[in-house]
Structures are given as C-alpha cells and as structure tokens.
Design a binder for this molecule. Structure first.
Ligand SMILES: *Cc1c(COP(=O)(O)O)cnc(C)c1O
Length: 394
C-alpha cells in the first residue's frame, strides 16, 4: 500500500469533513415508488425521477421476470461480440419511435451515451458550444473529444450567437443543451436554439434525460413540447428516469449518425451489452410511456397541485411546469434544516447546496410522480406547512 497516497487522501478527507462535510448515501429500502422506506419508516418519496410511476409498474416487472427465466441475467459480452439479442434491436426501434427519430443506439447509461457522442462525431476542426449548466456527463464527453469547446452562460442566446459567429472557421459547430435542466426544472429555449442552429448551419444536440416520456403529448420530449418535432439532430436520453427501466441510455437521430456511433463510439463498443431482462423491461416501459398519455396528465395535475400548495404556504417556488419543483431556501443551512424537518414529518426530499448550486441559491428539489396519490400529496403539503417553523426560527 502506498502510504504517500493514503496520507494525502486522509488529509483531504479530513479537510472536507471539517469544511462542507462528507457526502454519504442514504440507504433506502423497499421498491422504488411513491413511498419508500428509510430507517424502518415509510416516507412519501419526492426525491426520485420516477415521473411516470413506472419503477413499480407490475406489467413491466412481470415482463422482466419472464425474460429473466427465459434468457438469464447478463450476457458477459459486448454488443459487437456475442452480446446482441433481438430484444436490443427491438428496444432501439421502440426508442426511435418514442422520440420520433430514424434510429437509436443503446448504451449502458445516458452518462455513457454522452461520453460516446462527441469523440465519435467530431474532430479537431470542429467546435462544441455548450450551455454552462449542462449535465456533468456532457461536460466529460466534450473533454474526451478533440473538438474545441466554448461554454456559453446558461440560456444566454446572445452569448451563444457570439460564439457561433466567432467560430466560423470550424468544419462543424455543434450546440449542446440539456432539454430540461435538473436544478431549476427549466426547459431549453428550443425554438431559438433551432433558429440559431439553422442560421449558422450548426448541429443541435439535446440531452432529454428529464424529458423523454415526460414532455410532449406522446412523451417524445422537449422538441414535441414545443411542436418542433424533427428539429434535433442528436438526441440523448436515459431509460432510468421517467421510464423507470432499471438502467440504460440511448442516442437517437438520423441513421447515418447512429450507424457512425455503432462503428466507432467507444462506450458502445468496449463494454458489456445491456442485460436482456432490462431491455425487455425498458421496451415495455417505452410502449407504456407512449401509449398511456393519461400518465402525463396525472403527472401534470399532481405537479400543478403541489406547486400551488407550496406557493400558498409562502414558499418561493421557481416558476415552470416540469415535475421538478425547486423550493428556494436561500442562505446557510436553511434548505438542509427544512429537508431534515420534512423527513421527520414523513417526506423524503434532498437539499441542494453549494457547489451543486451556486451559494445563495440553496434549495430543496421536489420531484413529483404520476403515482403520487392525493393523500400523499396532502401529507407532503402538510409537512411543508409544519416545516415553516424552521423558517420562523432562522
Ligand atoms: C441523469 C442524467 C444523465 C445520466 O443518466 P444515466 O442513464 O443515469 O446515466 C445524463 N444527463 C442528464 C441531463 C441527466 O439528468
């Protein structure tokens, strides 16, 4: 064991412990759903991305169980060796249909998908223009590529246009944005981004991890939400959030894009194939997400109800209509204290503070699901009402 490394790590951990404190994962029990077990208690779960309530869907779970018996669990091989089954192609076709693209390619996660896109599609003569609040996996994916990088301030279209104009010498300019930003729940200004992409002959890439299955009448995502179907060149997304499908990610787009990724994208090639039972579950989820618009209607109704209730209680709620509801509790440990009080009242939420959000922008992120019952939402609102005592004491 290398004592020099361990000494440095222990010193840094001690500093972190004394400073911002160490991150430690909450251990949760029971199936993921509208409620969840924590330390033997059942809490209303306002902290997961299970927007459509599919994580506990019995139709999906039955399909996964049957597939597990028929096909076993893992494949112990990559897709390019003996790891491809029919279900992978069926799922790729199902995803392409859901998001309205010509074709799609599966990855182990959307994190992997985002790591695999830029290096595969771009070279040193190209420029990536990236929103300042883009997801960590996009930032890392851009780092892995040889293309030049320009970051514009979050949602600042003037700055983006300046960068586009300044990179006129590039072979390709690729604009990349989250469809929905997970900290504020705000939706990218897609029609303006499309207009800029057209004006400058730029490629438009959207990470729709918080939008696939959630936004748009058929759950196709951000583009459908704005009536801009077909406007996104490269779409990435996750199977692990609204689709509740265990894990997995994808890239969707024109056949030439997908085929190129299949040939050269390293996180696609150099890793094990998605376990077939997971793919079976994901395909069931994709079909349900597309075929049951009433889930999105219930989600919208639940979201509107809780937004209204929190506003009526006097909380500062960032405007929007995505099921991510940021409840601003600015300064010091207020957000953490309110989150602790809520847990005491039977509600699971997490406080977000620096460096995840800027200092002074501390908040609790509430995430609503179609599976929350009226009683559970009432309980949550009551808990937020009681937690106001924390505000009064601060
Ligand atoms: C969650 C998330 C990811 C990662 O998705 P996984 O499939 O869990 O790896 C990527 N991008 C965004 C915007 C996300 O919110």
């Amino acid at each position: 064991m290398n004592a020099t490394l361990l000494h440095r790590l222990r010193t840094e951990l001690d500093e972190r412990r004394r400073g911002p404190g160490l991150r430690s994962d909450l251990v949760v029990s029971g199936a993921q759903g509208p409620t969840v077990g924590v330390s033997g208690e059942t809490l209303v779960n306002l902290a997961s991305n299970d927007y459509l309530g599919l994580a506990g869907d019995s139709e999906i779970l039955d399909a996964v169980q049957r597939a597990l018996r028929e096909m076993g669990l893992g494949l112990t091989a990559g897709r390019v060796l003996c790891g491809t089954r029919e279900i992978h192609g069926q799922l790729e076709a199902g995803i392409a249909e859901l998001v309205g693209a010509e074709d799609a390619l599966l990855y182990s996660s959307c994190f992997d998908a985002n790591l695999g896109v830029f290096d595969a599609l771009l070279g040193p003569d190209d420029v990536v223009l990236s929103d300042g609040l883009n997801h960590a996996s996009l930032i890392d994916g851009i780092r892995l590529a040889s293309a030049r990088r320009r970051v514009f301030a979050h949602a600042n279209l003037d700055e983006l246009e300046r960068h586009l104009a300044e990179s006129a010498d590039a072979r390709h300019r690729l604009i990349v944005t989250d469809g929905v930003f997970s900290m504020d729940g705000d939706i990218a200004a897609l029609s303006q981004l499309c207009a800029l992409a057209q004006r400058y002959d730029a490629v438009l890439m959207v990470d729709d991890s918080h939008a696939t299955g959630v936004l748009g009448a058929t759950g196709a995502g951000t583009a459908e939400h704005f009536g801009l179907e077909g406007s996104v060149d490269v779409l990435t997304g996750t199977l692990g959030k609204a689709l509740g499908a265990g894990a997995g990610g994808f890239v969707a787009g024109d056949r030439a894009i997908v085929e190129t990724l299949r040939q050269v994208s390293r996180p696609y090639i150099f890793t094990n194939a998605m376990a077939p039972p997971l793919a079976v579950g994901a395909l069931a989820a994709v079909r349900i997400a597309r075929g049951r618009p009433e889930l999105r209607e219930r989600l919208a109704a639940n979201t509107a109800w809780l937004r209204m209730a929190l506003g009526d209680l006097g909380y500062e709620v960032l405007p929007g209509d995505h099921p991510i509801i940021p409840v601003m509790l600015r300064g010091g440990s207020l957000a953490r204290d309110v989150a602790a009080a809520l847990r005491h009242e039977g509600v699971l939420v997490f406080a977000l503070s620096h460096p995840v959000v800027p200092a002074g922008e501390e908040r609790i992120r509430v995430q609503v699901s179609a599976s929350h019952t009226a009683d559970q939402l009432e309980l949550a609102a009551t808990a937020f009402g009681r937690a106001r005592a924390v505000l009064a004491g601060s």
